[in-house]
Design a protein around this ligand. Structure first.
Ligand SMILES: Cc1cc2nc3c(=O)[nH]c(=O)nc-3n(C[C@H](O)[C@H](O)[C@H](O)COP(=O)(O)OP(=O)(O)OC[C@H]3O[C@@H](n4cnc5c(N)ncnc54)[C@H](O)[C@@H]3O)c2cc1C
Length: 396
């Protein structure tokens, strides 16, 4: 049987000292319940109670946003230390956190927000008091995001916002939403959009669930009916929201499927396959070994191309490349787990959906596989990423 390595690179003395500190913290802070929540994660983040608790523990330790500048609450770690930390969290089944605040909006506000916006929103992102969701997609605007039609009309010191957002992940847990809205109809479609920070308890805003394929509730419709949003909650200039949204995607995209997330699923799959080794085809173990090699390469690529840990510092095609490779690899690992588990896994998810069974291991493997199908759709589909990379190559 292929032996699975989870240690792609040798560690030197400085790494050892850092890792000892991280391991001591994880030993203390990760209770059995938190580890179970991490292990049982099938969606984009762990069960919300566990995710919130883990967020608060990381915040208390000063490690919730390691990649932010130290002046704003970052940990001052190198890219390699951040990589080692993520890998250690994955090995120890730490809960997976929702990333819209820490990974996406925070870095954008640090770079593009006003002093008042930074003072108001960054501390609440760090502490976990604010949970953010992303209001970009609409029923008529997905890959072609510039087609969006949610309208914001200026009325003195507020915009009045009306329209519908769709697929809004975590809107039902969030108290804040960053959104792209239309403020002008003339000229290029991209030039009439504005980036707003919307409070979810504003009058006229309603959230309704969209059930997922695995029976889960992760995403939502968000309906906006004449919702007042202070002009002071605009990031960037009016009609310059496209620039802000592109910047946010560049800052966040490389981290959407960090290697540690894939490693977490690969390690679990390897453990499960080892327990079933007598009844599995040898070809499945060959695939496991190939995926291990591909994951090592993905980790090396991320470390090499993102030395500062920021996608935007590298070639403009890099965020697309990393997103594409990471999400497709994630799917291949989830597919292998499903094949190893066999048809009984799908049957147990069906039994669960009919209320005939509890969530067992097989159902979880199937649910994970279904949820990971979405990874090549959200944050820009694989076709969109390939178009961006091709465009970059053609322009030289
Ligand atoms: C699990 C999940 C969570 C999501 N969370 C959020 C969220 O929190 N906030 C948010 O705003 N949105 C979210 N989305 C929406 C997501 O961003 C969109 O689904 C995505 O942008 C694709 O848009 P669409 O679904 O309208 O598909 P379409 O754009 O209609 O695409 C359909 C198919 O056509 C292909 N295609 C489209 N245009 C081209 C082209 N020019 N060249 C080649 N192929 C093309 C696409 O790749 C895709 O395969 C989420 C989606 C999912 C699945």
């Amino acid at each position: 049987m292929a032996q699975l390595r989870d240690d792609p690179s040798p560690e030197d003395d400085a790494d050892q000292a850092f890792l000892a500190e991280v391991r001591a913290f994880l030993d203390r802070a990760l209770t059995p319940d938190l580890r179970r929540a991490g292990r049982e994660t099938t969606g984009v983040h762990s069960e919300i109670g566990a995710a919130r608790l883990w967020h608060r523990r990381l915040f208390a330790r000063g490690w919730i946003a390691p990649a932010w500048p130290v002046a704003h609450g970052g940990a001052g770690w190198s890219a390699r230390q951040r990589f080692l930390f993520d890998r250690e969290c994955a090995r120890n089944d730490a809960p997976v956190l929702s990333g819209s605040g820490v990974r996406a909006l925070g870095p954008l506000l640090i770079e593009q927000g006003t002093a008042a916006q930074r003072a108001r929103y960054l501390p609440a992102i760090l502490s976990g008091a604010d949970l953010w969701c992303q209001g970009f997609s609409e029923p008529g605007a997905g890959s072609d995001l510039a087609a969006l039609s949610t309208r914001a009309v200026r009325d003195g010191e507020v915009y009045r916002v009306t329209g519908t957002k769709i697929w809004t992940t975590g809107a039902h847990h969030s108290n804040r939403m960053f959104a792209l809205v239309r403020t002008r109809d003339t000229g290029r479609r991209q030039e009439g959009l504005t980036f707003l920070l919307i409070h979810m308890d504003s009058p006229g805003l309603t959230v309704t669930p969209i059930p997922g394929l695995a029976g889960d509730h992760e995403f939502n419709h968000v309906f906006l009916d004449d919702v007042p949003v202070p002009v002071a909650h605009r990031v960037g200039a009016e009609d310059d929201g496209w620039t802000m949204a592109k910047r946010l995607m560049a800052l966040a995209r490389s981290n959407n499927t960090p290697p540690a997330l894939v490693r977490r699923v690969l390690l679990r799959t390897a453990r499960d396959m080892a327990a079933m080794r007598d009844r599995l085809e040898p070809s499945l173990f060959h695939r496991l070994a190939e995926l291990q090699v591909a994951l090592d390469a993905y980790e090396a690529l991320e470390l090499r191309t993102l030395p500062t840990g920021r996608a935007d510092a590298a070639d403009p095609a890099t965020p697309s490349m990393i997103k594409l490779i990471g999400t497709e690899l994630h799917q291949q690992v989830a597919e292998l787990a499903l094949e190893a588990e066999g048809p009984a896994a799908a049957a147990s998810l069906a039994a669960l959906a009919l209320g005939l069974a509890e969530l067992d291991h097989g159902a979880r493997v199937t649910a994970k596989h279904i949820c990971v199908r979405a990874a090549t759709i959200y944050s820009g589909t694989s076709e969109t990423q390939r178009n961006l990379i091709a465009g970059r190559l053609l322009r030289g």
